[in-house]
Design a protein around this ligand. Structure first.
Ligand SMILES: [Zn+2]
Ligand SMILES: [Zn+2]
Length: 322
């Protein structure tokens, strides 16, 4: 059966929850919280060891805990939490979960640290980027910084986390400076975070209906489009068999695999917006956070309007004095 036909809520069959449209395999479960996905890696049976990937929206800790208990039993916190990046919709429930679960290691890329440890806000979203209401409304999205202090640790330098020994951490910057994806070589399963998405995240209608379509990273937050392109090329080269992304249903089957190759090839036309604050020039960032930002397009629009108004006033004054 096509996985798309399954309902989002796990269907209980005996003690084994059936696959959902967000699952990648029976040991890589996914689920959607309003509009963002969270993944749980581990054998779905009470007491088994598991790892949480991303931490959803603020206020979703109870839901995440419930989903975890359904799969891994009660009083069984994860071995670790891995953050693909620190945007508000990927770390929202983290503080609350750490309060519930206690001393669980949390991993993130060092270039994501400034936004997770209170040092820097993310470059502001670009609501003028076009593409839909979600993008237009992005100016209300929080950019942090979040501050999880010393609860966050960096990935080991070899790219392998002790709690997820089969998975390689791959730096895939562009959408955010320290964005990472996770890849399991043995069955070519990819958790891509927001490096690319499985629905058009700019469109409210597509987000609500979860219409399946391969897209580049969510446009409004992406602050380096050249890096984002390189990252998609890097992931396409891995030839993943299935992928879960931060937004949209899981991607299975041959057709999307070819489409990922196409997206990598046609990234400039398909993914990079024609205009926008970070399109020609990226936000410059380093391990301290944002260093320099391109002037927003709205500044030039305001400047042009101001010049036009000034010219109009000058023309009226000149006309009167003739
Ligand atoms: Zn994001
Ligand atoms: Zn996201």
């Amino acid at each position: 059966m096509e996985t798309e036909l399954l309902k989002e809520k796990p269907i209980r069959q005996g003690n084994t929850p059936a696959r959902t449209v967000y699952d990648l395999t029976n040991d890589v479960a996914g689920f959607k919280i309003v509009f963002v996905n969270v993944f749980m890696v581990g054998k779905q049976q009470p007491g088994s060891r598991w790892v949480l990937i991303d931490a959803g929206l603020k206020g979703s800790a109870a839901r995440i805990q419930r989903e975890a208990e359904t799969r891994f039993g009660e009083f069984n916190p994860p071995q670790a939490i891995v953050l693909t990046h620190g945007h508000f919709d990927h770390v929202g429930a983290l503080s609350e979960l750490l309060n519930i679960w206690g001393d669980v290691p949390v991993y993130a890329h060092p270039l994501e640290f400034p936004y997770l440890t209170g040092k820097s806000s993310y470059p502001p979203p670009d609501p003028g980027i076009g593409g839909g209401a979600m993008a237009a409304l992005s100016f209300v999205f929080p950019t942090g910084p979040s501050n999880f202090g010393d609860r966050i640790q960096t990935f080991p330098s070899d790219g392998f986390i002790p709690e997820l020994p089969d998975w390689r951490v791959i730096h895939t910057p562009g959408h955010s400076p320290g964005h990472v994806s996770l890849f399991r070589e043995k069955d070519k399963i990819l958790i891509a975070g927001d490096a690319f998405t499985a629905t058009n995240q700019s469109s409210v209608i597509d987000v609500v209906t979860q219409r399946k379509e391969l897209h580049g990273p969510p446009t409004y937050f992406t602050c380096d489009w050249r890096a984002a392109k390189k990252s998609v090329k890097k992931l396409a080269k891995l030839n993943p068999h299935a992928a879960g992304t931060g937004h949209g249903v899981a991607l299975h089957g041959k057709a999307w695999r070819q489409d990922l190759q196409n997206l990598a090839e046609e990234f400039d036309d398909r993914a990079t917006p024609s205009n926008g604050r970070y399109v020609r020039q990226p936000a410059k960032t380093d391990e301290t956070g944002v260093v320099e930002m391109p002037t927003p397009v709205s500044y030039y629009v305001a400047q042009a309007l101001a010049l036009a108004v000034a010219a109009g006033i000058a023309w009226v004054v000149w006309g009167r004095n003739r």
